[in-house]
Design a protein around this ligand. Sequence first.
Ligand code: PLP
Length: 441
Amino acid sequence: MNELSVPRPNDLDAYFMPFSDNKYFKSHPRLLARAEGMSYFTPEGKEVLDGTAGLWCSNAGHGRREIVEAIQKQAAILDFAPTFQLGHPLAFEAAARVADLTPKGMDRVFFTNSGSESDDTALKIALAYQKARGQAQRVRLIGRERGYHGVGFGGMSVGGIGGNRKQFGTQLPYVDHLPSTHLPAQNAFVKGQPAHGAHLADELERLVNLHGDTIAAVMVEPVAGSTGVLVPPVGYLERLRELCTKHGILLIFDEVITGFGRIGNHFGSERLGVIPDMITMAKGLTNAAVPMGAVAVSDEIYDTIVNGVAGGIEFFHGYTYSGHPLAAAAAIATIDIHVREDLPGRAKAMEPYWEEATHSLKSSPNVIDIRNFGLIAGIELQPREGKPGDRAMQVFRRCFDDGLLVRVTGDIIALSPPLIIEKSHVDRIFSTLADAIHKEA
Ligand code: PLP
């Protein structure tokens, strides 16, 4: 654009959109101009019921006044302050508030600005910890096929999604993967946690036999979201925990989606009864009103790294915006809402109704699997011959036109509504979705 050109308000050219079909979007734009409670509104004022909490993130619903006011107030008091060798009160308060929600003994919190940054930070903390405790040979990082850990080189490499890597050619070295826990032949249409698959955690033994004592950490999502809602088989995470402890390997839970009430507790680890050594989070932490992520680490990890050097900087890592005042204000206000309104409890109370509604789609055409846990659901559709992803994408577009936002990954429709959802919203989501699936038969 030259100096004299005036952008048209509807000029869509300049924005190079993330994870998007730019060409299609720019010829068929879908714009969201406003949001409130359970809904978005288009620039024309049409309501779109939010079946996905944005991108799994606006857990307390949209436009929460307390969060808006906290951000506005903080912007006028302190717009920015560095947190390298300095600090400001809200960053410390926000860390303490997060630590109140994380499992006991996991009371140290490092701030980032996104899930991707949280995941890369956790991987670096794992390496720093192993080195500080005299295990510098432990440089290997283990992920899982169909895991999603964001888009940094660390998270992308430890993640297990081929499509997210094939464009870039290079990966982080010293990475290996556990198999996916997805066993459709045994577990299709199971409600909640599937019975089969705990044995897949034993693959870690095989990797230990192969790599010896060079493994620093294992990173997994307790419930994989972005690859189509893969719920952990009964006993799987327990077994992984056992093996990590046995072999001196850190266990990192990526709770970017499962954190902040999504599966009925503040963190998924509590719901699933397995305590990792680190938890990564983002999204629901600020209700997505300001970008922020965090890594909660066990006191032992923090103490080992911080006491590992005599003086000076202990951990050579951080972001200009780590603990940003506006994000910290948003996080505190968000946590206030979660606790006061017991959003995890609300999610848990709604789960049976949600589960029944989800599985009501079983008889819809081309539905080949349904998975659910907490307020998450994945509905897998039979791909169209030679056109993978097309059927689900058409369902997504139909739903949007009919006033419902769903998310699509491959031929899977993923749902994760704000936790303030009422039964009438659940009914609307599934009747609109059933209609769209029928029309795409
Ligand atoms: N980890 C998980 C489990 C996620 O679902 C996501 C995003 O969906 C990320 C990491 C990356 O988060 P962000 O997009 O904030 O970088």
